[in-house]
Design a protein around this ligand. Structure first.
Ligand SMILES: NC(=O)c1ccc[n+]([C@@H]2O[C@H](COP(=O)([O-])OP(=O)(O)OC[C@H]3O[C@@H](n4cnc5c(N)ncnc54)[C@H](O)[C@@H]3O)[C@@H](O)[C@H]2O)c1
Length: 276
């Protein structure tokens, strides 16, 4: 198959829905085969929006197969490095190799700092920070002989701290530490490591009452419509949020061979939020 990723294999975490599914589809459109993992079930501290399901993960499989690409999908929790290793190793055994890693899985549940339960702090750090390291850790042995590209999803919450999100902000800052450390240590193997930093993305993670309420705090019934203009105020460009495919296109660029000497960079996809 022709395409910018023809003949490559990509491992994507959090691939059941939203950005993770979009990355799977976008990379598959460019010729990549996909190893997809997702917890596809609930996470204890997240009550603001519903969990991804096994049906969601099955839909990702359908959409990639409809593009005539191969996909190996497994339920796995990024906190469990053994399960993650098993899922990836199965995928590599079936698809032959690994070239691209997209560490995308994450949770987001807001709380004022002093009201945040210890276990909720820990769960966000375990998934959003340690989960990213686990993803890289199980993938690096597959990349050492061939080189490759690792893309980690951080956030605008690394470049600016979001309100009521100390645990999320801390984890996303930490992702940059993982990214830069691995970029340095594994450059000798032609492994490039970069992070993408989305502004608000039009997914369930922000399209829910809890987040609308953060942006529209005086409204007893905040909605997508009422919060939209407040989201837009963050941006230089006149839009409230970007779409998952906008992040996928940045991931595709970093995963492709075009940026062959770009490593260790933090790439915002932020509609000009940082410059505003
Ligand atoms: N939506 C936004 O506005 C926004 C902005 C900046 C950054 N991000 C980041 O983008 C990424 C994707 O978020 P999204 O908007 O697609 O949200 P989402 O909740 O729709 O998708 C996240 C996926 O990760 C999976 N996941 C969660 N915990 C997991 C675990 N322990 N193990 C395996 N899989 C797990 C979920 O099941 C889900 O399918 C995340 O890293 C998020 O922090 C999102």
């Amino acid at each position: 198959m022709a395409g910018r990723l023809a003949g490559k294999v990509a491992f994507i975490t959090g691939a059941a829905r939203s950005q993770g599914r979009s990355h799977a589809i976008r990379l598959a459109q460019e010729g990549a085969d996909i190893i997809a993992v997702d917890i596809a079930g609930p996470v204890e501290s997240v009550t603001a929006y519903p969990p991804a399901t096994e049906e969601d993960l099955a839909e990702t499989v359908n959409e990639v197969e409809a593009l005539d690409r191969r996909i190996v999908a497994r339920k796995a929790d990024v906190r469990d490095s053994q399960a993650l290793k098993q899922a990836l190793d199965d995928g590599v055994a079936q698809l032959g190799k690994l070239d691209i890693v997209v560490a995308n899985a994450c949770i987001f549940q807001t709380s004022p700092a002093l009201e945040l339960a210890d276990k909720d702090w820990q769960e966000t750090i375990d998934i959003n920070l340690t989960g990213v390291w686990n993803t890289a850790k199980v993938a690096l042995p597959h990349l050492i002989n061939n080189g490759g590209s690792i893309v980690m999803t951080s956030s605008l919450a690394d470049l600016k701290a979001l309100g009521n999100s100390i645990h999320y902000n801390t984890a996303k800052h930490g992702v940059v530490g993982i990214m830069r450390s691995i970029a340095n240590e594994f450059a000798q193997y032609n492994i490039r490591v970069n992070s993408v930093h989305p502004t608000s993305v039009n997914t369930i993670m922000i399209q829910n009452e809890q987040v609308w309420g953060l942006f529209d705090p005086d409204n007893p019934q905040p909605s997508r419509e009422s919060a939209g203009p407040m989201f837009q105020q963050l941006h230089a460009l006149p839009i409230p949020w970007v779409e998952p495919v906008d992040i996928s296109n940045a991931v595709l660029f970093l995963a492709s061979d075009a940026p062959r000497y770009i490593t260790g960079v933090t790439l915002p996809v932020d509609a000009g939020a940082f410059t505003k």
